[in-house]
Design a protein around this ligand. Structure first.
Ligand code: TXA
Ligand code: MG
Length: 333
């Protein structure tokens, strides 16, 4: 199958036609690129799993254009869900709610719940309006690879397997949406992302952190969704995460001249390091993180040493992705 990369309104119309005829199509969102399928077509949903090589016990997120579409997916909308939708949709927040029986259990991997979000990227919104049905869409990477944040990342992973990639340029946030389980009381944070825990707690009071969020090394026994057990976001290179600048400086002395090592650091460059990328803040690192993983793999970097941002606001999401990708974590402090 030939994979075309298309832009603009003509691209949206072609993408919508393909989706409504049961094909899967990649499209941009403000977080990462998604691989979409019509939720009403079980064969199309099955294609997502086949194309990505995704295990069937890992549920998908449903994307909607308008709040009114939420009631197609869930029988009850609580006041708290309504409030969060009002505050954060469209945007990078996924809410887990109870699932209508009619919604395919292939999509929810057999769970009684469904994860829903309303993306804010203008192309995603136009595409959802053009289709006039919700779209199931996981990140558009091959299983195990870092999520794609440009159309060419999607092409790298999926060309020949899907007919069309809608190109909307680089994604604004660069890491996946926050996932909040609204079926527990208090709600449970299942994945930190663009909408921060601090923002959520401001409006909800207490939010429970899932054990996997507290410590991404916690194994699958605690996983809420089966998908949480898989190692994600990992480049081929070893990823070493350092939690303090002091540790980073020590490692820079030992590893800084190593040509196949690359440092990703915050704010100030390290002295005596040949390969480094400096980010102004945690959001800047989030925006480039998965792209950097792919770039460095292409350069045959064998080791990536990353300065973890502090565990607050968007830093929590970045840290979570880093620890998931890490082969070694120095957590002595
Ligand atoms: O930003 C995003 O959320 C991107 C864009 C494309 O929207 N999508 C994304 O999808 O990251 P994916 O499939 O890579 O991650 C979805 C995660 C799964 O790993 C699964 O753990 C969780 O969402 N999930 C889906 N349905 C769930 C449910 N009913 N209960 C708990 N977790 C669920
Ligand atoms: Mg994914």
């Amino acid at each position: 199958m030939k994979t075309s990369i298309e832009m603009g309104n003509a691209g949206i119309q072609n993408a919508a036609k393909l989706l409504l005829s049961g094909e899967v199509v990649a499209f941009p969102t403000e977080t990462v690129y998604g691989l979409g399928a019509n939720i009403g077509n079980p064969l199309a949903i099955q294609k997502i799993f086949t194309v990505k090589g995704r295990p069937s016990d890992n549920p998908l997120i449903v994307h909607i254009a308008e709040f009114s579409q939420l009631s197609l997916l869930t029988p009850r909308i609580s006041p708290r869900v309504k409030l969060l939708a009002k505050l954060f949709w469209p945007g990078p927040l996924t809410l887990v709610v109870s699932k209508r029986k009619e919604i395919s259990s292939l999509l929810s991997a057999g769970l009684q719940t469904v994860a829903v979000r309303m993306p804010s990227h203008p192309l995603a919104r136009k595409l959802l309006y053009a289709c006039n049905v919700p779209l199931a869409a996981p990140s558009a990477n091959s299983f195990g690879k870092p999520s794609p944040t440009t159309a060419s990342h999607v092409y790298e992973d999926l060309h020949g397997k899907i007919p069309l990639i809608l190109d909307g340029g680089p994604c604004k946030f660069g890491i996946e949406s926050t996932i909040l389980d609204m079926t527990t009381s208090p709600p449970t944070l299942l994945r930190p992302g663009g909408v921060s825990l601090e923002q959520l707690e401001k409006h909800l009071g207490r939010v429970t952190l899932h054990p996997v969020v507290k410590d991404p090394k916690v194994k699958q026994v605690f996983a809420k969704a089966p998908g949480m057990k898989y190692r994600h976001y990992a480049p081929r290179a070893n990823v070493n995460v350092l939690l303090t600048r002091k540790e980073l400086e020590t490692v820079a002395v030992a590893e800084g001249k190593n040509k196949t090592t690359h440092f990703l650091v915050l704010k100030k460059p390290l002295t005596g390091v040949v390969n480094q990328t400096v980010y102004t803040c945690a959001s800047h690192l989030a925006h480039d993180l998965f792209a950097a993983f792919r770039r460095l793999d292409a350069k045959n970097t064998t080791q990536i040493i990353v300065q973890a941002p502090s565990e607050s606001h968007v830093g929590r999401g970045v840290r979570n992705r880093l620890l998931k990708a890490a082969t070694h974590i120095n957590d002595k402090n």
